[in-house]
Design a protein around this ligand. Structure first.
Ligand SMILES: [Zn+2]
Length: 215
């Protein structure tokens, strides 16, 4: 198993330091929090430690991608082989005419949490990056085009990141989707709420002006 690099000399015994290092490797967790979590688990009842270990080790095998949008769904138990659609794809109250394309499932959940979007999603599972060898074949673009054969879909919203790769991905997709006679839009990027405009960088400001709406 691949372990994160050790954090130099430690006065903790190896099994404890191993756990601290594993936590430290997680996003947003520094040495202090990692140590606190490890002490918590050391003092926790056996059942709690076991439940966490079981949940972590079986995470991937208990989930499958939604056959439509690639969101995560529970793997069906028993004999059933085909996973069912995710809660969003199977919700009849969602607008079937609009599809928002995101790079990853985290973005899907961020948009979903905002409660602003009532259409459906498509997760690309990445973004184009020639430098990292990520070409269109590696993304779920073929699956997106297959979904667009559904005449109900009238608009595709491109919600890839406002980075060079995200923009290149959005441009690539718009060139594929527009000829299908489907409206293509890009989410607006702008100024974070609560920030003085004078502190906003130039590119963000240009985007914010471009993405203006009637008031
Ligand atoms: Zn789905």
């Amino acid at each position: 198993m691949e372990r994160p690099p050790r954090s130099g000399s430690s006065f903790f015994p190896e099994p404890f330091q191993d756990l601290v290092d594993l936590f430290r490797h997680l996003p947003g967790i520094g040495t202090k929090t990692a140590t606190r979590l490890a002490f918590h688990l050391l003092q926790a009842p056996d059942g709690e430690r076991q439940a966490l270990a079981d949940s972590v080790s079986s995470l991937k095998e208990r989930l499958l991608p939604c056959p439509d949008c690639r969101n995560i769904v529970s793997r069906p138990s028993g004999e059933t082989v085909m996973p069912s659609l995710c809660a969003i794809c199977s919700d009849p109250a969602r607008d079937p005419s609009i599809l928002i394309v995101v790079e990853d499932i985290q973005t899907l959940y961020s948009i979903e949490k905002s409660g602003e979007f009532r259409g459906r999603y498509h997760v690309l599972e990445g973004r184009l990056s020639p430098l990292e060898g990520i070409d269109p074949e590696k993304l779920k673009i073929r699956e997106l085009l297959a979904r667009l054969e559904n005449p109900e879909i009238r608009e595709v919203v491109l919600a890839t990141s406002p980075t060079t790769e995200g923009e290149a991905t959005a441009l690539y997709l718009s060139r594929l989707v527009k000829p299908l006679g489907i409206r293509v839009s890009r989410i607006a990027f702008g100024i974070p709420v609560g920030l003085e405009i004078e502190y906003v960088d130039e590119i963000t400001l240009i985007r914010a002006v471009e993405g203006r709406h009637p008031f």
